[in-house]
Write a protein that binds this ligand. Structure first.
Ligand SMILES: *[C@@H]1O[C@H](CO)[C@@H](O)[C@H](O)[C@H]1NC(C)=O
Length: 401
């Protein structure tokens, strides 16, 4: 066989990626693809989604996203995947989307959910109680409560497992790209703006498994175990006369006032002061305990209940069929855009280059310009106010009676 260039490229080319879902919200047809739940919250509590290019948009004016538009509301929305994702296929699961808190967010969720449910999924009822496979993305409330949620459903435990150590999040007004990868080798990785911010084994960062070792229940700390590191010196003795030292003495620097009258005022006594020689109740000095054995360590044994779960990654054991947002926002204005669910990180990165990265620098530039303009306006307003005040002072100063 001749080694042709075509054959060579075929070997090098990665297997074609599958895209399960892609949404850029640029056309008006998004309303047909997505469903706002009618049966989750009373209509008065549900906020409207706006379809907008937003402020300081680095793309073209028809490059729009969807935006939460009313303060202190719940937001619900879901859409079916173009193709269900099944963990049984043993493929990487990649979820990526962009979030822009244009409003200077103080409190609000901005995470996306990947949903199982198949034919049973009820988009009218979709809300906070709907089971999910993955919950991923920013959640912010105040300056101390900020994180990128990574919550995975364990089918073995039938529980939603939060990542144990917080993943930071971005809370400025610019767009940021959030990417989660879950791999069939039971590892995961989180990227923000294409930078890896967390990666590891699922078993290390989530409570998928019981501990491998437990404290031996048969063993306990021996009664005669010495864990006092320091003890009072048994050879130390109280110096003679120690207890005779008074805690207070008459002030040697005080003297009887000249106008003191012994007859009227009684016999003069100097005021009392703390005795500098008084050292408090006697205590023997402390020494290292010669019998100290160190802290007792409970011997560990293999946990008889430990079993390895090779299917931690299988969040879509029951096929995942939808993506959705169900959020609460105190201050609205978050824009979501450029969602992709695929089995290839490269595919997601490629999509990011065509979307997020294409707009990023221009967006920053427009944002900085707008900020500068606002600062200049504020400065001009302050100066005008100062001038007014000075004029007023001149007027007052001249107003003499
Ligand atoms: C995203 O990261 C990958 C490496 O993980 C890199 O190859 C790619 O160039 C990055 N994309 C951008 C636009 O920075």
């Amino acid at each position: 066989m001749k080694f042709t260039l075509a054959a060579f490229t075929a070997i090098l080319a990665p297997a074609a990626a599958t895209v399960y879902f892609k949404e850029q919200f640029n056309d008006d047809g998004w309303k047909e693809r997505w469903t706002v739940p009618s049966d989750w919250k009373p209509a008065s509590e549900l906020g409207d989604w706006a379809h907008t290019a937003g402020e300081f948009n680095g793309g073209s004016s028809d490059d729009r996203g969807i935006q939460t538009s009313q303060d202190a509301r719940f937001y619900g929305l879901s859409a079916p995947l173009e193709k269900p994702f099944a963990s049984a296929d043993k493929k990487d699961l990649v979820i990526q989307y962009s979030v822009k808190h244009e409003q200077k967010i103080d409190c609000g969720g901005a995470y996306i959910k990947l949903l199982p449910g198949g034919k049973g999924f009820d988009s009218a009822k979709f809300g906070g109680d709907t089971p999910y496979a993955v919950m991923f993305g920013p959640d912010i409330c105040g300056s101390s409560n900020k994180r990128t949620h990574v919550i995975l459903h364990s089918n073995t435990k039938d529980e939603n497992l939060l990542i144990k150590k917080n993943v930071n999040t971005e809370d400025n007004q610019l767009s940021h790209l959030y990417t989660l990868v879950i791999r069939p080798d039971n590892t995961f990785e989180v990227f923000i703006d294409n930078k890896s911010v967390r990666s590891g084994k699922l078993e290390d960062e989530f409570d998928f498994l019981l501990p491998k070792e437990i404290k031996d229940p048969e063993k306990s700390k021996p009664k005669d175990w010495v864990d006092e590191k320091r003890i009072p010196d048994p050879d130390d003795v109280k110096p003679e006369g120690y207890d005779d030292i008074p805690s207070e003495i008459p002030d040697p620097d005080a003297s009887k006032p000249d106008d003191w009258d012994d007859e009227d005022d009684g016999e003069w006594e100097p005021p009392m002061i703390d005795n500098p020689d008084y050292k408090g109740p006697w205590k023997p000095k402390m020494i290292d305990n010669p019998d100290y054995k160190g802290p007792w360590e409970h011997p560990m044994i293999p946990n008889p209940e430990y079993i390895y779960d090779s299917e931690m990654y299988a969040v879509c054991k029951e096929e995942c069929t939808h993506v959705g947002f169900e959020l609460w926002q105190v201050k609205s204005g978050t824009i979501f855009d450029d969602i992709i669910v695929t089995d290839s990180l490269e595919e997601a990165q490629q999509f990011a280059e065509e979307t997020f990265f294409k707009k990023k620098d221009k967006e920053k530039e427009l944002f900085d310009d707008a900020k500068k303009k606002k600062e200049e306006e504020e400065k001009a307003a302050r100066e005008a106010e100062m001038e007014d005040m000075e004029d007023e002072e001149d007027f007052m100063g001249g107003d003499e009676f």
